[in-house]
Design a protein around this ligand. Structure first.
Ligand code: F6P
Length: 365
């Protein structure tokens, strides 16, 4: 007979995003209140599991955290325990230390884990599930690029921030008759740019899925000018590219499993655009980590709570090895084996892009 689950561990991995605390709260309250479990939270993601660094989570500890951004458990986007940097004989080597984590769980009597994270964090979750650890994954990322769930938590909060930034940029754009560019995050997916751009009345949306040409953007700006619209708003995803060019890399984080940090396309575009149409003043704003900070939106608080509650219930129903997911309006779950490596990008011919094009938004194609 399968061992009864009495104690669970939670961890948050990867970049922070609004809603992490709301999931931690929902998991803890449901686990304690509905199932009488003990709950601990590992600190700094998988690093805490390796170092056995944790805190006991009680209903009191998680009270009052739903509306707070970030994660009370801290996070890391560097610590992959299947390929982990350790010191051996005075040298730094990479090793699979996942057995240490499993031993730590046994030592503390932790029967199962709830892992909250994006692609990298959930890849390790899958690998722990393959080792026989009872796991439920919860899909997090502002980029919304995880396949098999309609929405990840954090995305809605991020597009609200980006949309608000576009609203604010309109003020200067109109007052000074400028072209205002907003560079947003999203890695290799254009969801943040696309959805904030539609909601924020952008004139041009540039996304990684549709390589763009400078001339098309110039055409768009000029045609607006001819109609007496003397300003333009452009939202560009950090992973968007000029036709036949590579994405602009801002930084390589060498010890990260996913080392490339994109960024800089907004500035490049501003320079090239101003060189081509010097009669227009162009300004670039990089929204950066503001998109990941602050309080989660109402939508994300509800989604995070639903994910957290469903994660615990799945665990108690014996459905381990799965990730919770949203399918339309319903909570569902997908096996972790079917989650990894299946990124979700914008369909360049899909309804959302067509909708944007129908209201006159250019994609520079
Ligand atoms: O995946 C979330 C994300 O914010 C991306 O949109 C962005 O490219 C990246 O993380 C930035 O990572 P870091 O936190 O290392 O700056």
């Amino acid at each position: 007979m399968a061992k009864k689950i009495k104690k669970i561990g939670i961890l948050t991995g990867g970049g922070d995003c609004p809603g992490l605390n709301a999931v931690i709260r929902a998991v803890t309250k449901t686990a304690i209140g509905q199932h009488g479990l003990e709950v601990i939270g590992y600190k700094f993601g998988y690093r805490g599991l390796f170092l056995n660094d944790f805190e006991v989570l009680t209903s009191k500890r998680v009270s009052g955290i739903q509306h707070i951004g970030g994660t009370i458990l801290y996070s890391s986007n560097k610590d992959n325990l299947f390929d982990y940097e350790v010191e051996e004989d005075g040298k730094t080597v990479k090793k699979d230390v996942s057995d240490v984590a499993v031993e730590n769980m046994k030592k503390e009597g932790v029967d199962a884990l709830i892992i909250i994270g994006g692609d990298g964090t959930l890849t390790s979750a899958r690998d722990f599930a393959r080792k026989g650890v009872k796991i439920i994954g919860v899909p997090k990322t502002i980029d919304n690029d995880l396949a098999v769930t309609d929405v990840t938590f954090g995305f809605n909060s991020a597009i609200n921030v980006a949309r608000d930034a576009l609203d604010r940029l309109h003020t200067t754009a109109e007052s000074h008759h400028r072209i205002m560019i907003l560079e947003v995050m999203g890695r290799n997916a254009g969801w943040i740019a696309l959805e904030s751009g539609i909601a924020g009345s952008a004139d041009v949306i540039l996304i990684p899925e549709i390589p763009f040409s400078l001339d098309k953007i110039v055409d768009k700006v000029n045609s607006r000018h001819q109609r007496g619209l003397l300003f333009s708003i452009i939202v560009v995803a950090e992973g968007a590219t000029f036709k036949d060019e590579d994405a602009v890399i801002q930084k390589i984080v060498a010890d990260s499993p996913d080392p490339i940090r994109l960024g800089g396309i907004g500035n490049l575009l501003a320079n090239r655009l101003e060189a081509k149409i010097p009669e227009h003043e162009v300004r670039n704003t990089v929204l950066g980590h503001l998109q990941r900070g602050g309080a989660p939106s109402t939508f994300d608080r509800i989604l995070s709570t639903r994910y957290g509650v469903t994660a615990v219930n799945l665990l108690m129903d014996g459905r381990t090895g799965n990730m919770v997911a949203l399918d339309g309006r319903h909570m569902t779950f997908v096996h972790l084996e079917n989650v990894i490596g299946r990124n979700k990008q914008v369909n360049p011919t899909g309804e959302l892009v067509q909708t944007a094009k129908s209201v006159g938004i250019s994609f520079g194609d």
